[in-house]
Design a protein around this ligand. Structure first.
Ligand code: ATP
Ligand code: MG
Length: 204
């Protein structure tokens, strides 16, 4: 079986933390490729400052270009209506019977997953790789891991990761207030964001 990592997210915009996590998981977990899946309409996020799926997809493609271990998929962006990860995993398993999927999330997601639609169906379709993020201590992650496994079945593997405080929220906020985000997003993404004037404060 091919071992494939899946990384969902809003990618509004994609940043170096996403790319470092994808590459880190790829080598630590021993995955052939990691597929980045920008979400269509993330029903759990407020729409303010959310760029259209096509633009988030385009930036994620720019970011993944040049790394043969990374691919960017448009299946969630192309789907109409809300994005549910369990549906994505079920579709991927149907379309790729030769692949075993590893769903990579940051630690923050470990604490929200139980509110996602049909967590048991998500857990049934993959192994979840939960990477540490920010200052959530490892023993709290371990507690949550045991709790989720007990309630939903499936398998969760904790992945110690670099402590990177970078987030898309921080990037949007910095651009809005005119601060540099160079090196926080790949150069090609930065160029495109600047060309399009993304996340800048709208003039009154
Ligand atoms: P936002 O601030 O808009 O929520 P984000 O930076 O959290 O953006 P998302 O698109 O929400 O990015 O996240 C996609 C995935 O990447 C999630 O699983 C998230 O936990 C993970 N992730 C993002 N940034 C980091 C980071 N610095 N360290 C570890 N995981 C991260
Ligand atoms: Mg987030």
């Amino acid at each position: 079986m091919r071992r494939i990592g899946i990384m969902g997210g809003t990618f509004n915009p994609v940043h170096t933390g996403h790319l470092m996590l994808a590459e880190w998981a790829r080598s630590e977990v021993g995955l052939e490729e990691v597929w980045l899946l920008p979400a269509g309409m993330p029903y759990m996020k407020p729409p303010g400052q959310l760029l259209p799926g096509s633009e988030r997809l385009y930036m994620t493609k720019l970011a993944a270009a040049g790394n043969r271990g990374l691919r960017c998929l448009d299946i969630e962006v192309c789907r109409t209506g809300d994005t549910y990860s369990y549906e994505t995993l079920e579709q991927l398993n149907l379309d790729h019977p030769d692949c075993r999927f590893y769903f990579i999330v940051g630690a923050d997601c470990l604490f929200t997953m139980e509110n996602w639609r049909h967590p048991e169906r998500l857990f049934a379709g993959c192994t979840v790789i939960a990477a540490s993020r920010g200052d959530i201590p490892m023993d709290r992650l371990e507690e949550k891991r045991v709790d989720l496994e007990r309630r939903y079945g499936g398998e969760i593997v904790l992945l110690p990761f670099l402590n990177l405080s970078i987030s898309s929220t921080m990037i949007r906020e910095r651009v809005r207030t005119g601060l540099s985000v160079r090196y926080m997003v790949p150069d090609k993404v930065l160029e495109y964001m600047e060309e399009k004037g993304f996340y800048r404060e709208k003039e009154q």
